[in-house]
Write a protein that binds this ligand. Sequence first.
Ligand SMILES: Cc1ncc(COP(=O)(O)O)c(C=O)c1O
Length: 532
Amino acid sequence: MARPTDLLLDVNIVLDICLPRPGLAEPALAALERCRQAGGHLWLYAGSVQTLEYTLAAGLLQQSGAGSAGVQEPSLTRGQALRRSHELLHAFCRDVHWLAALAGDGDVFATDDPEDEQLLRAVRRRPAGSMRLLTRDQRLLSRHPDLTLAPQDGAAPGPGVCADLDFIDLRSQQLALRPALEAGMHRVLDHGQYIMGPEVKQLEQRLAARTGVAHCVTVASGTEALLISLMALGVGAGDEVITTPFTFAATVEVIVLLGARPVFVDIEPDSCNLDAKLLEPAITPRTKAIMPVSLYGQVADMAEINAVAAKHGLPVIEDAAQSFGARYQGRESCALSTFGCTSFFPSKPLGCYGDGGALFTDDAALAQAAREIRVHGQSARYTHTRVGVGGRMDTLQCAVVLAKLERFDWELQRRREIGARYGRLLAPLQARGLGLLAVRPDRDCVWAQYTVFVPQRERVQQALQAAGVPTAVHYPKPAHHQPAYAGFAPLDACPHSIAAAQRVMSLPMSADLSEADQDRVVAALADVLAAL
Ligand SMILES: Cc1ncc(COP(=O)(O)O)c(C=O)c1O
């Protein structure tokens, strides 16, 4: 379904409101309000600042002169009018987003009206129909009816409050962080060190500091973090790596890629994380590593897993692709084992705008190995000491994650609160067959996905989709039911993983999910379950 339309405000609209101009301010304010009500956002073009400042100051001067009947001299000085214009604009801009003036917006002097051309270019940058220029300029309105809107022309076309929900709302996050994101990206464009630029080291230092781990190595993806960790540990042909089959394919894929064999241990049915009680019997002389997954944003039983691993002298790799920021017994996910590996895939709790990931370790030698493997096994330029991969995270993506860190603690808190609220609101639906994920008391969950267990999943998903509530399944088959990995365990192995794969369903979740939208999800699910 179409998104609500945003409005870019022409200078004349801002003047109508700020001066204010009787008869013109009211329709302009009404148009702004309609846009907000429909879920759209208001924007000002950053290149309009000077025009706004001077035209508003001029308008204030003119008004002050006109206001003092019979007196020629205006009652405001030019300086006072300028200061007043700053105050008014500062107040007006509180609810407005700034649309960047890009380099391409400067080359406009060959056009009829350079200022108008800039605004039109700014609107054209956006996907068609997602933004209109709100203006009183008749020439603009008549020449560009598809890009403009007059204040009195009713609501900007948009679906309003009944639009489909986002499964993950990354747009609100981007709106909030847009200035930091743009600044970070432009910095990279300016210094031009696209590979291994300064942002790479900055991010590694920031992430090491926040997790309390000695070494953080950024890599091309979460998959690459797992692969490089296994390579640094020397896992290869004939080795066994113990993991859970109820995970994203990447966990298993990296083991098989290295010629090793995944050994599947079942999950706890209520948390969907690897059942530590089943771990020890799965260890053989060939076992080279243990790779639990902190699924949905809740850390697995790392203390128990580490204890078994220590008894057998085995390293542990936490697949923390979904759990960055989660806490376990007072410590951070990624800081709990030989290696912690996370993903910055856009939908993850800490995501970039492409692929990215990081691995964490307190072991200096393993960190060095990982750094070398990440750049084709080079210990020095063109000295390939070991076999490696092209596994670097690029500088632009590091800049994006650095910007996202500005708000990450707030987002984590919101995720915890929204998860807890879902839990409270959904609890009564357990009587209708809904199951909730168990979160253990010694840890929290950052809800990379808010996943529940439902009967008749396909029917439930279809009915929710019809109500505008998107859902997803993480994951519909355990690894040993996938053609690529079927040979590694009997089909009936790991029954809890098989059962979970048939019942799990994830609901819309993100730090910006509003209470109203969450209520809508819960009400729709209640209706659907009642009708089964
Ligand atoms: C549990 C798990 N492991 C590994 C990965 C792989 O991460 P990436 O997509 O960054 O390669 C993911 C990402 O979806 C994941 O959810």
